[in-house]
Write a protein that binds this ligand. Sequence first.
Ligand SMILES: *Cc1c(COP(=O)(O)O)cnc(C)c1O
Length: 379
Amino acid sequence: MGFATKAIHAGQAPEATTGAVTIPIYQTSTYVQEALGRHKGYEYARTQNPTRAALEANLAELEGGIAAHCFASGMAAITTTMLLLGSGDHVIVSENTYGGTYRLFERVMSGFGLRFSYVDTTDVEAVRAAFTPETRMIFLEVPTNPLMAVADLEAIGRLAAETGVRLAVDNTFLSPYFLRPLEYGAHLVIHSTTKYLNGHSDSIGGAVISARADDAERLGFLQNAAGAIISPMDAWLVLRGIKTLSVRMERHEKNARCVAQFLTEHPKVRRVHYPGLPQHPQHERARDLFSGFGGMISFETGSLAAARALLDNVRLCALAESLGGVETLICHPASMTHASVPSEQRDRLGITDGLVRISVGIEDVEDIIADLDAALQKV
Ligand SMILES: *Cc1c(COP(=O)(O)O)cnc(C)c1O
């Protein structure tokens, strides 16, 4: 079956009692038991919920994993993934990772004895050089947020296999429609379902998809033991969002290509970061790894004043954190999504005060471009 068919049907057989074609929102905390020790496989809703189970079955199928576990947010998914590790373990991380991930690793997980090295994962040799005897995981974001660097996923997948170290990939930016990291040797795929999977800016959630039985079993245990589960309502919203994932991603990408081209040609824009542009440093690699380049673009306006003038003057593009919704969102990474990254580190990475990030929505692209063009006149 093709991707779009699986997106609509996997994990979602019509409901047995009534034949409802849509999986119900099982809004319950517990399940009645027939007799002591006899029940239908459902005991308590932190442990099992049919709406959540449908979403998990669907995501496992879309990413090509053996199981998925869903969480209250992308950060809860990443936190629970880190609970697979123990004190003293070392993790190699993509250097311009999501600000919330950086904050979790440096200000929470390091207090429990985990250690992190941030490296340029576009270069497999930099990853190899960062290995220590305690390295237990490589954590990639593909492409990185907000500079759209494309990790050498294929070579890092082979390195993970050679060394027996787990490879986890945050696939939030591309969704399984454009990239399936397990095909390149990743063991775990992470999503903030808040973004493209839900796609309508009306839910917060996260997921981890496993390739290995031992990880799947442990994550199931941790999901119940630590308890950061997605709610039935959010699970249902994400299931509904995923039904249109393939058509939305096609349109996000088509619009993003046009917007990236427009920005490239605009005299007020110094540099555009989009893996779909031939001048992107990892364009060839992105073309090999991805079946599309996604809807995320960042670009350099040159200064905080220029970025501010642009952001103060957009009308259609909404000034907001987050991404992956049907509406175009625009933000200032240095003061918004990446404010928790120290300023010296932001400078070193190129997350400058003039950098603007745009999550291109699925509106008419002429309207998005007209809005950006009018706001850029004010720069
Ligand atoms: C948003 C995001 C997260 C965190 O997800 P939440 O649902 O906001 O907790 C993690 N990784 C990436 C790449 C993100 O964009």
